[in-house]
Design a protein around this ligand. Structure first.
Ligand code: OGA
Ligand code: NI
Length: 348
């Protein structure tokens, strides 16, 4: 069957399609190569946050510090977000992507600076090869600035998503204290350099794909965030680059995956690395993931923490505003080279 190229969203284009249209096909050297992917093992640590408030805190701080340093990714359990809230938000995302096309399209935009937008792939305006993904991206902090712009269908959308955002923000603030401590910084250091703070989330929808070996849900990238807290449903798809090999991170129910983003790499002066990761798709099942990107506000000036700069560790980056960074991030397409290269300190 000939795919309908007139559709704005992948969800509507894939109906009845039995092969991947040519604009989604990667050149052979850039394909996922499933044979070479390792199953997830201890390389993505699972950290229990239960003891964070008690005498066990130093040990949890140490585990998080090691995970940030060695893998840039970790999973968390006993994080304080209820199972009901988790199943609810996954259900809601699924319901959203199952709405009739005309209802979904009310939220469509191809402008990355729009605070509420349903779109497809990564940046349809700049990229050459498309990705097997639709997504709804929302700005979420401060809530009262954005909530009235969010979709109003399904009817509970605004209320449920607002509750979820508030819970995740509380979790992020606890994680940021822990991460500050793990760097030897005062516990409010990181949250203190983020200006007014920013929080964005995405609901990613990856439809089943007839030829998953030819394309990506999302190709390798690092996140334009301080940290990202990802919720995924029970369908595998996330892969993380570890010692030069792609490792798949299989879902653990009711846990979140946390990763270091580019801004934390800068603040930590490269002690913590924003690691490449990607999402692959499969023939049988659609997949939902819900990342929360916690960020500085656009006016915040980010640079290496002075306490982490000395003669042995010169500043790797110059100071820059997040506004500058976001412009760069969205305009370059989702390139594998780190967007951070542009912000390196000059080495004269
Ligand atoms: C992202 C991302 C991974 C996934 O949205 O930045 O990396 O598993 N998502 O969907
Ligand atoms: Ni990502």
């Amino acid at each position: 069957m000939v795919p309908s190229t007139t559709k704005l969203l992948l969800t509507d284009m894939v109906l009845g399609v039995d092969h991947v249209p040519s604009n989604y096909v990667r050149p052979p050297s850039e394909r996922p190569n499933f044979k070479d992917v390792q199953a997830s093992d201890v390389s993505i640590p699972l950290i229990d946050l239960q003891d964070l408030q008690g005498p066990g805190r130093p040990d949890v701080v140490k585990q998080i510090g090691q995970a940030c340093q060695h893998s840039g990714f970790f999973q968390i359990q006993n994080h304080g977000v209820s199972e009901t809230m988790i199943s609810n938000i996954l259900r809601l995302a699924r319901d959203f992507f199952q709405l009739p096309e005309s209802e979904r399209l009310k939220n469509y935009s191809d402008n990355p600076s729009n605070p509420v937008r349903l779109s497809t792939s990564f940046n349809v305006k700049t990229e050459k090869v498309a990705n097997w993904r639709d997504f709804l991206r929302l700005h979420c902090y401060p809530l009262e600035d954005y909530v009235h712009q969010w979709p109003s269908n399904p009817p509970s959308f605004r209320e449920d998503v607002a509750e979820y955002c508030t819970s995740i923000r509380a979790l992020v603030l606890r994680l940021l204290e822990t991460i500050s401590e793990s760097l030897g910084l005062e516990k409010n250091y990181v949250s203190g350099v983020l200006g007014k703070h920013g929080q964005h989330m995405a609901m990613n929808y990856y439809p089943p794909c007839p030829q998953p070996e030819l394309t990506y849900g999302l190709p390798g990238h690092t996140d334009c965030s301080l940290i990202t807290v990802l919720l995924q449903d029970d369908v595998p798809g996330l892969q993380v680059l570890r010692n030069g090999k792609w490792v798949s991170v299989n879902p653990i129910p009711n846990s979140f995956i946390v990763n270091i983003g580019d801004h934390m790499q800068v603040i930590s002066n490269d002690r913590y690395k924003s690691v490449l990761h990607r999402a692959v798709v499969n023939c049988n099942k659609d997949r939902i993931s819900i990342p929360t990107f916690y960020c500085p506000s656009p006016d915040a000036v980010i640079g290496p923490s002075p306490e982490l700069v000395d003669d042995d560790h010169p500043a790797v980056y110059r100071n820059f505003t997040c506004e500058e960074y976001y412009t760069q991030f969205w305009n370059r397409g989702l390139a594998t080279e780190s967007c951070l290269d542009t912000f390196k300190a000059s080495t004269t």
